[in-house]
Unconditional design. Structure first.
Lengths: 276, 286
């Protein structure tokens, strides 16, 4: 065997091994997707059935039984609401820290990071009681406030690193041409960093969408997003895996697709720029 | 003038985060020193360290601390070791690498409640689950995973969710590895193992530290998987610190004791956070 042949064989072996592992790890998602098109009898068939006549009735039953669309709407309103508010608060802060850094900028950034380190369970009691006393328990507003605060440090950090990477020369040129701070931001900074702002928003939506601790503890029937609605399927009312799978598939599919598009932002956002 | 404007721009973020940190935390500290149960309305009274005493001497406490350590430790080892191995495996191009990467990272985007339900029912169910089928095909007796090995089952679910995160970070880090150096080593007759051991691993030491610390903070408060699949049981065998605090607060309505437990969780997280923030700060140029 020549050296190139050996190399080729090695690539094939590595590739096959990687494919096998990837398929095994992906299997639970694939199986959930498949089960969502089965009847309940097929879902618990033993041995498991790989080929069957697909049905869409589970999706209809899920909608009827637990008002899927209502909870999906909760998820959409809460995650988009929290993301937009957080962006509005974070953009000015990130802008001023990136372009006019002071002596304390670094300390402020690290302090913001440290607020993210507070375990949610440590403040469960006060947040629960405050929400109860201000009528925010089981409301969309309550979760929007908490998710905004929860993701604000990550959003400021990501925007800060995007703004900092913008070429300084362009800004100086704009200033020479007599741009006011307002036009500088709206005409130069925003258009240049629109990609960064969108991917930051995308990451924030993913994190809000999948958040489970506060959703489960602070909502009931009114404001429950999908994470909390699906948790209610854990009660042992019998076997209804096909419906569970249908609800889960609908809840996860959009976010998995979002996630595929912002892998890089995910690394940057969740490691606070420590890994590039 | 300029300084006033920059301060004004930063003010909203700083103020809301300051309130978000100070108000709940000081309330937790205050509650942890008083006798306060939502089921018995009436005057609250100062009890000093009694809540801490009560929480720590609860028979569930040592179990919960042990389970938390075991959960965090095992998931960290599993995700870092497999994460390094898999990211090294898919570092070089091969057929369909892009798709493999997408498949590998997908579990991270599955919400924790769905994660737990899919594993609990479709994978681990002792009668109809995939594992039961595999076990039976091999001529073995199927295992009731969640009642026989509850903590192990939770570890599997949580690792499945966080392994993709480790892979994603390590793959990103490997892209910045010096390929000329690797080629030079290859020319000098270094084997793949030597290159992995003496070039790749040292290159990954920093990302590994970061992954360990970030995961540690998230794993310290794993909640949804336990809530959905085992409810902390059987007994306390899969109760971690987060679930124990939830149990005190929202199932037994014991605000004082739950707050004491919450503060213990905060202190534990802060030990990790201290090192994480130092590591991030070193890398931060303003």
């Amino acid at each position: 065997m020549t050296l190139t042949q050996q190399k080729k064989l090695k690539t094939v072996l590595i590739g096959s091994l990687a494919w096998i592992i990837a398929l095994v790890l992906f299997f639970p998602i694939f199986w959930m997707f498949l089960t969502s098109f089965k009847t309940e009898a097929q879902a618990i068939a033993f041995p498991p059935e790989l080929f069957f006549k697909p049905t869409l009735e589970n999706f209809a039953i899920v909608q009827e039984r637990s008002d899927y669309l209502y909870h999906a709407m909760n998820s959409v309103v809460i995650s988009f609401g929290a993301t937009i508010i957080a962006l509005i608060i974070a953009i000015p802060a990130a802008y001023s820290m990136a372009f006019f850094p002071g002596k304390r900028t670094k300390d402020i950034l690290l302090w913001m990071l440290s607020t993210k380190m507070l375990p949610s369970v440590g403040v469960l009691v006060p947040i629960y009681l405050l929400s109860r006393d201000y009528g925010l328990l089981d409301t969309r507003t309550g979760l929007i406030i908490i998710f905004t605060l929860m993701n604000l440090p990550i959003i400021v950090w990501m925007l800060f690193s995007y703004f900092k990477d913008l070429p300084k020369e362009i800004l100086e040129a704009a200033r020479m041409d007599g741009a006011t701070p307002w036009t500088e931001v709206t005409q130069v900074v925003m258009p240049l960093s629109v990609g960064g702002i969108i991917s930051t928003g995308l990451l924030s939506i993913i994190l809000c969408w999948n958040e489970a601790f506060w959703s489960i503890n602070l909502t009931a029937t009114n404001a429950a997003p999908l994470t909390a609605m699906i948790a209610s399927y854990s009660s042992p009312e019998g076997l209804f895996w096909a419906k569970l799978s249908a609800a889960s598939t609908l809840a996860c599919a959009p976010i998995i697709i979002f996630g595929w598009f912002c892998q890089k932002q995910l690394v940057q956002g969740l490691t606070f720029g420590a890994v590039k | 003038m300029k300084r006033t404007i920059t301060r004004l721009l930063m003010a909203p973020s700083v103020i809301v985060l300051l309130l978000w940190m100070i108000i709940p935390l000081s309330m937790t500290i205050y509650f942890s020193t008083i006798h306060y149960n939502l089921l018995y309305p009436g005057p609250t009274r100062f009890v000093g360290w009694l809540n801490y005493d009560f929480f720590i001497t609860d028979p569930a406490f040592l179990t919960a601390i042990g389970n938390t350590t075991l959960l965090v430790g095992s998931v960290l080892i599993i995700t870092v070791v497999l994460g390094v191995a898999l990211s090294a495996l898919i570092d070089k191009p091969f057929f369909g690498r892009g798709i493999v990467r997408v498949l590998l990272i997908s579990p991270f985007f599955v919400m924790p409640t769905v994660n737990a339900l899919v594993w609990k029912n479709m994978m681990m169910n002792p009668v109809y689950g995939i594992f039961a089928w595999i076990w039976q095909s091999l001529g073995l007796t199927p295992i009731d995973w969640l009642s026989t090995y509850p903590l192990f089952s939770i570890i599997v679910m949580v690792s499945w969710q966080w392994l993709p995160f480790a892979i994603l970070v390590f793959v990103t880090a490997l892209q910045s590895q010096d390929h000329e150096q690797k080629e030079a080593a290859q020319m000098d007759g270094a084997t793949s193992w030597h290159i992995f051991r003496y070039l790749t691993i040292p290159h990954l030491s920093r990302p590994i530290t970061v992954v360990v610390m970030i995961e540690a903070i998230f794993l310290l408060s794993v909640f949804a998987q336990i809530y959905v699949s085992t409810n902390g049981g059987p007994g306390y065998s899969s109760t971690n610190l987060a679930y124990m605090i939830y149990n005190q607060a929202l199932l037994q309505f014991n605000v004082g004791t739950a707050s004491a437990g919450g503060l213990i969780a905060v202190v534990l997280a802060n030990i990790v956070a201290f090192f994480l923030i130092r590591a991030v700060g070193k890398n931060l140029t303003v």
